[in-house]
Design a protein. Structure first.
Length: 152
């Protein structure tokens, strides 16, 4: 979240700023929903002892499970799409070849100074983006099955 919001302050292009801000908000929402879900799980037994129905808690857990999942996956998919869209752009700020470093997220790699060393090959960016999407999906699947085991 912080890296997206930091990138927001560096970009001059309005579309880049919107992308960085939107992704930062997505990451923040995912974190907030996950925290709420963890807190609810921690006080689950206490709430049941106070007369809260199991069906009500199950509903709340289900509702709290989906928004962080979507907000967690959106940045990974957006990163993949941006790599495809920004591959040969004429805007130097967006061009992959003017990035000083390679990272798992294209939006994060913006710096105050432009590098003209032609950066990493496009294939490296795509490979990292694909790995990130796959790992994100694996994390979502593994945490959803763990969440179901904890709930019941």
């Amino acid at each position: 979240m912080i890296r997206y919001l930091y990138a927001f302050t560096i970009y001059d292009n309005l579309n880049c700023q919107l992308a960085a801000f939107g992704l930062g908000v997505c990451a923040g929402l995912s974190f907030a929903f996950t925290c709420c879900s963890i807190i609810l799980s921690a006080v689950n037994k206490h709430l049941l002892g106070r007369g809260v129905f199991v069906k009500s808690l199950s509903s709340v857990h289900s509702i709290l499970r989906y928004p962080p999942t979507v907000c967690f996956l959106i940045p990974a998919i957006t990163n993949f799409v941006l790599i495809l869209v920004w591959k040969n752009t004429s805007i130097p700020e967006l061009n992959l070849h003017h990035r000083c470093k390679v990272d798992v997220d294209l939006v994060w790699t913006i710096t105050h100074s432009r590098c003209d060393n032609l950066g990493q090959p496009w294939g490296v960016w795509i490979a990292l983006a694909v790995v990130r999407v796959v790992l994100s999906l694996l994390i979502i699947v593994s945490t959803s099955t763990i969440g179901l085991e904890i709930l019941f």
